[in-house]
Design a protein. Sequence first.
Length: 557
Amino acid sequence: MIRLFETHVVRKQKEITGTWQFCTVSDGGEKGTNRFVQVPSCWESIHGLEDYRGKGVYAKTIRTQSENIRLIFKGVSHTADVFLDGKPIAHHYNAYTEFYALVKNLEKGDHKLEVYVDNSFSEQSALHVANDYRSYGGITRPVILEELDDLFLRWMHVTPILENGAWKVNVKIQLVNLADGTRTVKLRCEIEGQTLDFGTLEVSEEAEAERTFELTNITAWNPENPRLYLLTATLTDESGKAIDDLTDRVGFREIKVEGDKILLNNKRIYLKGFNRHEDYGQLGAAVPVEIMSYDIDTILYTGANTIRTSHYPNDERFLDLCDERGIFVWEEGHARGLSEAQMRNPHFKRQSDDCINEMVVSHYNHPSILMWGILNECASDTEYGRECYALQYGRLRELDKTRPLTSASNKYEKDICMDLADIVSFNIYPRWYIDDEPGEYLANLKSGVDATAGKGKPMIISEFGAGGIYGYRSFTKVKWTEDRQADITKEIITKYAGLDYLSGLILWQYCDGRVDNEWAMNRPKTQNNKGVVDIYRQPKLAYYTIKECFEAIKTRP
Ligand code: ADA
């Protein structure tokens, strides 16, 4: 499944599924045993490679009847070099954002596609580093083959505008001309029977067309009624023949910050939910859509309304499901706990900028995404760190003027980047890493923040929680028991839920997830065990506790 809805009728598009060949590749280039795997998948799902960190190559014969094709890779973990018939056609770094290869003047028929993948840690990788989540290896999200005319629609960004109680829409479309010279084409969009006409365009290599249109009879998107609309752009040539199309699904909602409150469609909202890693049992980061759907239902069943995509851009099919279910999403660029030294990696700024660009360009239209986050627990207490935060916030504001920005900090009152954010967020672990009483701990944090530029901004507790090993129960309620995890969860939520200055409580975390071996010493089972369900989604005591607590918060907006 490519998306949860049809994105093309005119353009031919198919997912390259089925069996691929795979083998490991040593640093010296020697190839290992040939295996037959499904894509998407992680190579850790292959017996003998459960712990493999290094290089591998996937191969597949593809067939096309078009001379212009685009191969879209939704996620390759973490570095990809793509070859078609032995010729290099794409290179990409980062497991969590999509990229594509355009090939023109191709002969019709069969072609050999090879994808060299590397998930090793080195100076070449500034964001995928040994961490408290696993950087899996493989083609972990779908691969798509498109057959294109000379002219195609590369992306379409749809911005809802609420004015005097009525909805307008700004539509910005990027067109690409693969042929020489200039083409004269017509571009028009359609939404719910309403035509949005861009008229005639002259396109040489690339062009952007942007218009704002009045709309009638539009229903707002919100959790109670996540109303979605299909908006289709169609490109016709000089003869009136349709040569390309692009459909996306949009929701009309406005998100803004007013004082220390977060407003959706001019009503205050309170975020209560979970951090979620993309990790499931033996399948690792290649989480099937069925499990994504199950996760959202399991999260909603607790009375939660929010998911934070800790700590990277998520699979867009998951975001499609969030749009449909009306769940709020805090999506964030890829980074977790990087020190200043790690942020000084020579590739860090470019790799971070690429990730942010790719995240916003491909996920801009999802109404469920209410805010963008960056740099979870990175060096926001240093001048150099601040320089990086400012760069990333600046890039996000260039790309998207509609969503508030935040960053989950563990530098607290020493954080010197809170003036750059719209919302201030903190990861805190009273009763787990420190045995402080949660109420007093938060009161101290709040007064510390009020002495900084964070004062008066909406404040979210973006992480809190405790470890609990599935199945470990004890009258002693010692640490790592499910019993202790449930008690800590209940104590914290009960003490924090009534605080009007908080705009959200996001628990760490929804499900257990595998961590890199370098973290194994303080991560039983080489997993982060703070999930309220285990890696197979089996509920722990804390799941029922948090359901009881979140449902009690129903009285809040
Ligand atoms: C940090 C971090 C999370 C996770 C958590 C923990 O807050 O942001 O990714 O590592 O701590 O489990 O300690």
